[in-house]
Design a protein around this ligand. Sequence first.
Ligand code: GLC
Length: 551
Amino acid sequence: MATDERWYDDAVFYAVDVEAFADGNGDGVGDFPGLIDRLDHLDALGVDCVWLLPFYPSPNRDNGYDVADYYGVDDRHGTLGDFVAFVRAADRRGIRVLVDLVVNHTSDQHPWFRRAREDPDSPYRDYYVWVDDPPEWPDPDRGPVFPGEEDTVWSYDEAAEAFYYHRFYHFQPDLNVANPDVRTEIRNVMDFWLRLGVDGFRVDAATLMIDNKGGLESTRLDDPHGVIRDLRRFVARRGDDAVLLAEADDEPDRLADYFGDGDECNVLLNFLLDAYLVAALAERRADPLRRVLDLLPAIPEEGQWANFLRNYDELNLGRLPTADREAVFEAFAPDEAMGIYGRGIRRRLAPMLGDRDRIELAYSLLFSLPGAPLLVYGDEIGMGEDLSLPGRDAVRTPMQWADEPNGGFSPADADDLVRPVIAGGGYGYEAVNVADQRDDPDSLLRWFGRLIRTRHACPAIGTGACEVLDVDDPAVFAHRIAGDDGAVVAVHNLDDSPTAVSIALDGDPTVAFGRDGASVRPADDATDGSERARAWRFDLDGYGYCWVRPD
Ligand code: GLC
């Protein structure tokens, strides 16, 4: 692929869980041959970059985030050869590939951990974090990430006769990145995948990776962000225009640190925007969005946000002020079973919003905000969740390809599927699937194709300067993004009642994207054409939206 260092500014990212996407060999589990067969779908949609969730050999007790071998493909998903064939097939379509770099921890089945526990003198012992006696008063900032599922971060290992540290599940011992040998191992892992042609890494749990693990003196890093700078330096050296996309769900005032001076992460998953955007949807008013745009730090020119509405984890509301959080829970997770960890929601976006117009509004808004948008497989057809599945699996059901057995995901017996396909009701594969939506010009899938094409035609959104515009209606969020490639003004009505707002624009606007029924015309009080800025009246239906180019 041609070198284009800033390709991520305008990329549409798409997260794929290989095991739940498409089963090519009929054993009930998604695999690389299946994914290759479905690349045309991603191509037609306009996806620029696929981020693959972990597909490495794993006991698979945390959806593959418990890695037992960093250098392979789990048998269930195919072979390394299949992986390379996938990268090549994606490349032929101009689609880039990021893989998950899960190096905050390993699986407890990883050979490093096995050796570490069995032999105190093994060099692998110091790959992990051990104490003889865990602190009596656990550090409140370093508690279990999954409250309710884990009640400690120190678990006793009989063989080692010591306690090891784990912020996630007890079967995911934390790696000690203060150990230079661990840092070398991480570089080797990156080198391997870069040589197989990947375009970079989604860095799992970056915040915890550089934390002072367990609060111990021995794991304290003199320069925590130096760890990320090392990764970036390495990627830049080996990978042409390869990038780091990081999971750094940190305090607002610490977020900018993950970009460094343009020498750390290229892209950060924008968890803060996600939470406030959902609050704006729940409260049907623009105010939370205005607030989050103030909260988000300025970022270096080389940096970018990856904006999303939902992912394959819980929707984390932990960083919202209490009133906003309560409003979101009340609107979108009225049943207790929809919540998780006391801070999140385990639902997909489509059933949370319910209404097709409102789903369009939400994604139109997302794609118009400064940053690069990210979808998770199934968003493009409006898939639902299965609350009968445990924990976050509720939002990880197989992709719904067609109104065929198992939703076209796999020819295996339904009992053999990695997870059940959603069947029946408003969100079952009979009603929500790719094949039907591909044939229907009014479908959500075809709408997403138009949205993505429009986003690609408006590169100012990726790099321009964003200004929130004042309008009379508190339910309306209006903003202008202007850059070298022109300007875009977008107006979104978060409420279900129709509205009209007046906005002063330079030049005559042309509509770039919008719901039928959205119209723009000179406002009654518009000045005559002799002055540059004139008032324009935007008429919007309930949940209406409209993007215009002002000149
Ligand atoms: C990340 C992943 C999540 C996983 C955790 C532990 O947060 O997104 O799914 O459980 O890391 O690796």
